[in-house]
Write a protein of this length. Structure first.
Length: 379
């Protein structure tokens, strides 16, 4: 029975519902090493510390064979082989072996460094769709807008233009302001005042980075109004964000305000708040969640994380995501560790007689594939 379940889990074609592009060009070892650290976005003083982590150990365990190396090969030998092969061939191997049929790609961050959705599709043999980042649209608008009084309408128009071919939106308000603030819908007058202030800052030489709380929450509500599923960065991220302020329980009023619309809200990553997110997924019809990103960074400890994600959240509300970005090993590793965690967790429950094998298969398919296909209306 358990052997059948293992095979089912290993062969299921996944939807990776939150992911970024793999590196486009070859780079230095320090870039690779820095990519193994999520919390610190600065260049590490000693980048080799990245190799002494759960993520790096899991990477040498699972990815080495795809580079024709033995499992657990020394980090130095792994890097040597990696630099011989080159980023493009690594991406081809890793993306193909991930067994992902659909990549839902967030295109909002330093796009030139990473493969586009079309390139991800071509290299993997799967398909790819775009998720549009709300704050990036605002930052495009502010550099071209003539009159800040037009901001509210101009933003709504640009967002709907930019999402014509997209299947969802994403907000990084977690990074820019956190959730521990008033997230109610601002009036168009408040938006105009905030836009005028942002325009003034720019004329004074400020950057186009959106950090104004009024415009951030305006963007969130405008995204829900579009009707497309809205992804929210929650929990773990680099130290640009205040991890204390990104507990998803702060979102309760926002979730309440939009529950009637039925627009799906997807809480991304969630670690270390996966239990809070699971509660919200049970409490609100619209809330869905994943534990991506942390699955990679926790390495072998992703097994208990995956088990915790299967506590309160209804199984129809959980989705698979790698949240990989940069080294294509992360795109493969997310899938490999997720499959491993589901084999261990669900297989254990089936062996103990707590779950039936057909129930286990059904839940694997829901989380790995069917929930995302339903929520994003794929297919
Ligand atoms: Zn991400």
């Amino acid at each position: 029975m358990a052997a059948d379940l293992d095979e089912f889990i290993d062969q299921l074609a996944l939807v990776d519902h939150h992911v970024h592009g793999a590196f486009r060009d070859d780079g230095a070892e320090s870039r690779f090493q820095n990519s193994l650290n999520e919390g610190n976005s600065e260049s590490l003083i000693d980048p080799s510390t990245g190799y002494n982590s759960q993520l790096a150990f899991a990477l040498r365990r699972w990815c080495a064979p795809l580079l024709d190396l033995p499992v657990h090969v020394a980090a130095q030998d792994y890097w040597r082989r990696r630099s011989e092969i080159g980023e493009a061939e690594i991406a081809r191997r890793m993306l193909t072996h991930a067994g992902v049929s659909e990549w839902l790609v967030d295109t909002g961050f330093r796009t030139d460094d990473f493969l586009s959705p079309a390139e991800m599709a071509r290299l993997s043999g799967g398909s790819a769709r775009e998720i549009v980042r709300v704050e990036t649209v605002a930052e495009q608008l502010i550099t071209t807008i003539g009159n800040p009084n037009d901001y509210a309408d101009a933003f709504r128009n640009l967002l709907s233009e930019r999402t014509v071919d997209a299947i969802g939106t994403k907000s990084v308000i977690a990074y820019r302001a956190g959730f521990d603030l008033d997230l109610s819908r601002p009036s168009d007058t408040e938006v105009a005042t905030a836009a005028a202030h942002w325009c003034d800052e720019q004329s004074a030489g400020g950057t186009a980075r959106l950090a104004d709380p009024t415009l951030l929450r305006f963007g969130l509500h405008a995204a829900v109004d579009l009707g497309l599923p809205l992804q929210l960065h929650v929990g773990l991220g680099d130290r640009d964000l205040d991890l204390r302020a990104v507990n998803p329980l702060h979102l309760i009023e926002f979730l309440r305000a939009h529950e009637e619309t039925g627009v799906p809200i997807l809480l991304l990553h969630c670690y270390p708040y996966e239990r809070e997110a699971g509660y919200l997924a049970q409490a609100f019809e619209t809330v869905h969640m994943d534990v991506g990103l942390a699955v990679n960074h926790l390495g072998v400890q992703s097994i208990p994380l995956i088990a915790r994600s299967l506590e309160l959240a209804p199984f129809g509300k959980l989705l698979y995501a790698s949240d990989a970005i940069g080294p294509a090993e992360l795109h493969y590793l997310g899938a490999a560790l997720w499959r491993r965690g589901m084999r261990e967790t669900l297989g254990g429950w089936v062996d103990a007689g707590d779950w039936s094998a057909p129930d286990a298969r059904r839940v694997v398919q829901m989380i790995g594939r069917d929930n995302a296909r339903r929520v994003y209306r794929l297919g």
